[in-house]
Write a protein that binds this ligand. Structure first.
Ligand code: ZN
Length: 129
């Protein structure tokens, strides 16, 4: 069976799929981050909007355009701080590889997450490369 696009060996249906389908909620910021990467890869714009904190949420058209133009080819988690089941905030540092306009590129981001009403949301991030 194909492994999940987030890089875990287990299949999508046993990894990030239930989060994307709304049948489970991520327990950790890293799980949310991985599932958002998968949502970008699969162009699940609704999920990207729903998991983005309202105060920093981009316009739907901007997310949809970025996702449509970009083919994500790999995710590497470099580190995570807090963001566990008992935390309210957390950060995850990752590198995402992608192709955009025929060019291979990689983006490193130090992302901030917070829990709102029990659910982890992406707030914003610093791009370091
Ligand atoms: Zn996954």
């Amino acid at each position: 069976m194909k492994s999940c696009p987030c890089g875990h060996a287990k299949p999508l249906s046993l990894c990030c799929g239930p989060f994307l389908d709304g049948t489970a909620q991520p327990d950790t910021a890293e799980q949310l981050m991985r599932s958002r990467y998968v949502a970008y890869a699969l162009r699940r714009v609704d999920y990207l909007l729903a998991t983005h904190a309202p105060k920093t949420r981009p316009r739907r058209a901007d997310i949809a355009q970025w996702a449509a133009e970009t083919t994500f080819t790999g995710l590497q988690i470099l580190g995570a701080e807090a963001g566990g089941p008992a935390d309210q905030r957390g950060t995850v540092t990752f590198v995402a590889q992608y192709r955009n306009g025929g060019q291979a590129a990689a983006m490193m981001e130090h992302s901030r997450f917070e829990r709102v009403g029990g659910a982890w949301l992406y707030v914003d991030g610093d791009h370091t490369a």
